[in-house]
Design a protein around this ligand. Sequence first.
Ligand SMILES: NC(=O)c1ccc[n+]([C@@H]2O[C@H](COP(=O)([O-])OP(=O)(O)OC[C@H]3O[C@@H](n4cnc5c(N)ncnc54)[C@H](OP(=O)(O)O)[C@@H]3O)[C@@H](O)[C@H]2O)c1
Length: 271
Amino acid sequence: MLRTIQGTPVPALGFGTWELVDDDTFPGVTAALELGYRHIDTAQDYGNEHTVGQAVTASGIDRDEIFLTTKIGNDNLTPEAIRSSTYESLSKLETDHVDLLMVHWPVRLDQLETNLEVFGDLVEAGAARHIGVCNFTPDHLTRALDAAPIFSLQVEHHAYLAQPRLLELCAENDLLFTAYSPLARGELLKDPAVVAIAEERGATPAQILLRWILDEDEHTAVIPKATARERIEENLGALDVELTEGDHDALTALDRGRRMVDPPFAPDWAR
Ligand SMILES: NC(=O)c1ccc[n+]([C@@H]2O[C@H](COP(=O)([O-])OP(=O)(O)OC[C@H]3O[C@@H](n4cnc5c(N)ncnc54)[C@H](OP(=O)(O)O)[C@@H]3O)[C@@H](O)[C@H]2O)c1
């Protein structure tokens, strides 16, 4: 399933790599690519760009067929460090460009516009195809949109955390809305409502949860992380699941504003 964002096709179901460390990264990314994933999400702070790059290279898949993303870590959010660390990331990823280069957290808002200008320079230089932001609130996103040609927002989103305003802003501005932690880091898999729908549809809870997000809007993408090949394959099966309107309503009703990722440097989410 492809999304078309600002004229660019993006695979809607990607592979997340946070906490996919050491020995698990190479086989995980390799399995994902073998099974058909063509969207891989990493970050400077995950410490695995090097291994992700090795797996992408070893796959032998044409680089142009893979939508590869990374994120600039909080410590690198100054103009000079954005530039230098991007090229370090490219070197680790064994590529001359990423498809999406993102601000990982809105921690340097004092110089957001200046920083986004550098992201724009990196696009011009060919080091990144598109610019994205992660963990931005509606106010932050509106400000970023005024400053730079933003392509994507990546935020936590799953059935326990609805994010209606951000979904709306992405649809209005033709941005990719990438839902991270789409399984609520595993918490939602045992929710009785999710388990019941999975049984009825002959699918698994993970497939139901991913499909629900993919059905929400034509701008959504999901990037579940899994370690075992069987689970990586299972998650891809979300593309074959069909949910009824009743299923959608039941999943939508699970919203409780519950966040799984909320580090001390996170913004005031209410704004
Ligand atoms: N931009 C940001 O600030 C940010 C923050 C968080 C995450 N992300 C991105 O989003 C990706 C996904 O989020 P996430 O890793 O936090 O959480 P997630 O994808 O919601 O859940 C991952 C957890 O679910 C388990 N799991 C996956 N598929 C499963 C299945 N089919 N059946 C049972 N269990 C399953 C995994 O276990 P195993 O690994 O043991 O299989 C892991 O414990 C990250 O990897 C990262 O790329 C971005």
